[in-house]
Design a binder for this molecule. Structure first.
Ligand code: ADQ
Length: 413
């Protein structure tokens, strides 16, 4: 049998309300991550490494920086030529821009006419993980189900953020029940503190997808999203397969980071996922060149570490330091620094995430903070030391005490 034609659709239109203020003026998939990446790079790298090179990215909300990133990194790259195509919301019919992901696919069905795929891989753009989608497609074809949903175990306490799956008792590759973001989920029989969560990644027969989103579009009571409307309809028909992510084996994975998956839905989860990258034996290993993670080339010079002064040498430990960074007489520990940041003498940056172009002045202290693009911490100022003071200055402080300074913000004494 000829290999099936596969089209990948990346859903990149989410608002990311719970990531505010990081999503104030960028779409969630464009949020910087791990120093040099954007969230969407993980989904796109997974598709490319899986050898699925026909990719459309459905954009919508505040898509300017996302479009720019895709154009710079993915669309123009030698690797992909013109395969990765962002499809903006402007193509949509009607006034209802902010309908869900199923509507986004419906509005872009012309792409399926053009590409004529046999199978469509639909993936979210907001998760950090490595996954070989070809293994999921293989199971999808073998199973004969028109829809296959990828599942992973997650804490029961987070069930209300996910589609929660019950596998069929007799067939572990079939979904018996699916509830989108239930508030009363029950744990698994063999692990009461966990549920089986949908990863928001689907493999579908193209004709079944077209039929499903078309009939959903006619249903005025539908929320028009994949998890809330499309998946439950297939499950009700006994037509939904389950792909267990535990069995996904990506080349170069270690026992520690195999099957790592993080939904970075909230600022705290986003912060934790950054921290997952930096320990000596990280739970998510960026340094796996058998499954490379692609991103934009900045053209910046290497990171530089300068003495600064004799009492405190410029240094960084347990940290990711991007190109274009200069640490001059400052100390950086447990942090992720994006391109072009500057850390000046006698300053200290600890357990923090600094976006592009952040400036940390002399004698300043940054602790458990996320500093968005071009934030300026003035000489002698402190951030992340006194939550009340941070709130009083108008900064966001999360439940676990992470202070977020929005893009272009100035931190004074
Ligand atoms: P959520 O992520 O909460 O849950 P949703 O807001 O629909 O669901 O986002 C899914 C993906 O679609 C995201 O990548 C988002 O950016 C994108 N998206 C949303 N609306 C869009 C639109 N109109 N146009 C283009 N893209 C759009 C989903 C599933 C759950 C599952 C979690 C796992 O619904 O069942 O457990 O993902 O993270």
């Amino acid at each position: 049998m000829a290999a099936p034609r596969v089209l990948a659709i990346v859903l990149a239109g989410g608002e990311g309300k719970r990531l505010m203020p990081l999503t104030t003026d960028r779409a969630k998939p464009a949020v910087p991550f791990g120093g040099i990446y954007r969230l969407i790079d993980f989904a796109l790298s997974n598709l490319v490494n899986s050898n699925f090179l026909r990719i459309v990215v459905l954009t919508q909300y505040k898509s300017h920086s996302l479009d720019k990133h895709i154009a710079k990194t993915w669309r123009m790259s030698n690797l992909l030529g013109n395969y990765v195509a962002p499809v903006p919301a402007q193509q949509r019919v009607g006034k209802n821009w902010f309908l869900g992901s199923a509507d986004a696919i419906y509005q872009s069905l012309n792409l399926l006419d053009d590409e004529r795929p046999d199978i469509v891989v639909v993936v979210g753009a907001d998760n950090i993980y490595r996954m070989d989608f070809s293994q999921m497609v293989e199971q999808h074809i073998d199973s004969g189900f028109p829809l296959t949903v990828a599942g992973i175990r997650q804490p029961l306490s987070m069930a209300d953020q996910f589609g929660v799956i019950q596998a069929d008792k007799d067939n572990p590759h079939k979904i018996a029940e699916f509830l989108e973001k239930p508030t009363d989920a029950v744990g698994l029989v063999d692990s009461p503190d966990e549920v089986l969560a949908s990863m928001g990644n689907y493999v579908m027969d193209a004709d079944a997808l077209i039929e499903a989103v078309s009939s959903d579009a006619k249903d005025a009571s539908s929320k028009h999203d994949m998890g809330g409307s499309i998946v439950p309809a297939f499950v009700a028909d006994g037509a939904a397969g389950l792909y267990d992510f535990t069995f996904n084996d990506v080349p170069g994975s270690t026992d520690r980071d195999r099957n790592y998956w993080r939904d970075v839905g909230t600022v705290d989860a986003y912060y934790d996922a950054n921290q997952d990258l930096i320990s000596v034996y990280p739970v998510f290993n960026l340094y796996n060149d058998e499954w490379p993670l692609f991103t934009g080339y900045t053209g910046l010079p290497p990171a530089k570490f300068v003495y600064g002064n004799r009492e405190r040498l410029g240094h960084a430990l347990d940290s990711l330091i991007s190109p274009g960074v200069i640490i001059s007489g400052g100390e950086v520990v447990g942090s992720v620094l994006s391109p072009g940041t500057r850390v000046n003498s006698w300053s200290s940056v600890r357990d923090s995430v600094l976006f592009d172009g952040v400036q940390v002045g002399r004698n300043a202290t940054v602790n458990r903070a996320i500093l968005d693009k071009n934030v300026h911490v003035r000489e002698g100022a402190q951030i992340g030391i006194d939550a009340e003071h941070d709130r009083a200055r108008g900064f966001t402080v999360t439940d676990s005490g992470i202070t977020v300074v929005p893009k272009g913000g100035v931190v004074d004494r």
